[in-house]
Write a protein that binds this ligand. Sequence first.
Ligand code: ZN
Length: 399
Amino acid sequence: MRKPYMRIPYTDILASPTIIPQTATTISGAIAALQEFFGATSAKSSPSTVVLTGAGISVASGLADYRGPNGTYRVNKTYRPIYYSEFLQNHEARKRYWARSFLGWTTLLKGKPNAGHYAVKHLGDLGLVRSVITQNVDSFHPKAHPQLPTIELHGYLRSCVCTSCHEELPRDTFQHELARLNPAWAVFLQEILASGALDTENPDERRARGLKTNPDGDVDLPDAPYTTFRYPACPRCLTSPPAIADGSPAKVEVDTDGAWMPTSTAGILKPAVTMFGENIRVPIKAAAEQAIENAGSLLVLGTSLATYSAWRLAKRAKDRGIPIAIVNLGGVRGEETFFADLDPSQKGSQGARIELSTDELLPALVEQLRQSSNIKVAAEGHGHSPEQHGASVFKDMMS
Ligand SMILES: [Zn+2]
């Protein structure tokens, strides 16, 4: 039996890559390599390249990645993601998670897909890319290219899901409920949004802007500590409690305002993401594996493949012998696995390793491909200047 994919964080900083081919250190050299890469697979009648993306592609949208120059693991050394088992078992841990998530949600909402996401759309329009697998939970891929299929390997933050009945609830609706149940936090949120303290993940910068954090990165809020934070129960379980193992109904109890009470045995909502320590949903895992099985080549964008579930997909592509191109700032887990056997004189048709930012390289690649194929496509995404400041969110929100 094949093992499930469990999501596990890997916090090491990886060694710098060897650029392949050697000429791919500049934008023009990298474009030439990727043209070779697509040329090797585009002779077929249907698009065959599958794209696999990670946090790096969303950096230009103002979201922190993990290992980039301003990545969470570099900037906030004390960062520790919540694990699924902890979330499921511990009411106090959920209060802390939802309090931080409550603060982070507003800034995530401001984030938009960037030129890198739209370039992926255009690669689809050009008949080169057939589907996208993303580890990102920010929904930027489906927003940028609703016509090009996206498999969201680790789920999405736009919804919450009930751990008992699996009903989904829009995150916006949930946010309004959190504000209603936690009025002091709602006031605090307005104040810190105005201060700009949520624009950075760096604890020192946050302190300088008036947001107190203790050494483990928690927000220190004397008038509204985490222990008082309240979150709602699943509305469906509240009106019709699910059955427990012996067939009797579970208990779903709320206080007078509708906040979930720890005397309950069901009705806990979680973000609709695969948390660390949680297995990827079976149909999602199967769809991702199938996409790799059907792919003619794999283009990896903005991920160090540090998460085992993503690394396994790339490894499977390698085992199938299809060309792999990786565009990522910084090292990639076990990257010698992907490139050790390439012909040293190949120009990109067998594979490429590029260390440039996706939001600069990909639009330039699309432009070059359009000129060479003489295909005119509408230029969405141009005019969306990358947000350098102002939309960074707590990594908890992205995990
Ligand atoms: Zn439910």
